[in-house]
Design a protein around this ligand. Sequence first.
Ligand code: HEC
Length: 288
Amino acid sequence: MRIGRAMGWIGLTAALAAGCAGNGNGLDQNGNPIASSSSASSSSSSSIVTADFDSIQNNVFTAICTRCHIGAGAPEGLQLDAAHSYGLLVGVPSVEQPSVLRVKPGDPNNSYLIQKLEGAPTISGGQMPLGGPYLPQATIDAIAQWIIDGAAMSPEVMSQAMAQRSEQAPFEVVATAPADTAVATAPVRTIAVAFSQEVDASLVNSTTITLEAVTPEEVPTATQPPLPANTSLAAGNPATILIRPFVPLGPGTYRVTVRGTGGGAIESVSGVPLDSDYDFVFTVETPR
Ligand code: HEC
C-alpha cells in the first residue's frame, strides 16, 4: 500500500533524524543515557543494536520501552518485556491502526512498530518512545533489518524452544492482549493469545477458542452463546492466535476461553496438549 508515500516518509525521517543528532547528547548509540549503559545486558559499554530479536529486546524493548509498556495497563495492551513482547508484536494488528500489523515479517515500511519509531506522518498518537529521546536511526535500521530478515525469534530462544520441544516442555499461554483483568478502549477489534510454542493450526476454531460477554451477575456461562468471531494464527507467527469478533467489542466485560481438554483440544504443532482450559477476562470502556 502507498509505496510512494512510504518511501517518502522514510527519506524525510532520515533527514530529520540526521538534523536532530544533537538531541543525542549524553546518550549512547541506543539512546540510553551514557551513565546508565550498564542497564543494557550487553557487555560492551557502547553496544550497537544488531538485527536479531535478542539484541532488540535487551537494548531497546527492555531497556527503554518497558518504562511504560509493561503489565496489564500497558498502552494499547502492548507489553514489551521479554516474556510478552514477541507474541504481541509479530503478525499482530496495531490497536491504533487495525489495518497495519505491528510487525509484518519482511515488510518494515508496513510495520507499525517502525512507523511509530520513525514518527511517520501516518501514525496515530505520538512517536515512540513517547516524549523522546527517540532512537538513533542506526537502531531503527537494525530493527527494520530484523523485520526484513523475517522477524524470527533470536536463534538462542529458538534453539531453547527446540530443546524444550524435544523434552515435551509445557505448552502454555504466555501473553494475551488485552491482558487478564485489563481495561481496553472500545472498539476492540482483535484479541491476541500468545503461546510458548507453535500452535497446531488445524485445532484453532470456534470450538477451541470462545469469546463471550460476561454479565455482572455471572449468569451461568451455559446460557451465554459465544460471540461470533474469526480465529486464526498470526501472519508469520504461528505461536499467536488472533481472535476477531465479527462485531468489534463495545463497552462491557468479556471472557476468552482456550479449550485445552477434551476432544480436539488445542495442541502445539508437535502434539503437546495444553492440558487445562485457560481463560482470561477483560473490560472494554467507551473512549474518553
Ligand atoms: C513514556 C511512556 C512510553 C514509552 C517510554 C514508550 N511508549 Fe509506546 N506508547 C505509549 C503510549 C501512551 C501509547 C499510546 C498513545 C500513543 O500512541 O501516543 C503508545 C503506543 C505505542 C505503539 C502503538 C501500539 C498499537 O497497537 O497501536 C507502539 C508500537 C509503541 N508504543 C511502541 C513503543 C516502543 C517500541 C517503545 C520503546 C522504544 C515505546 N513504545 C516506548 C507510551 C510509551
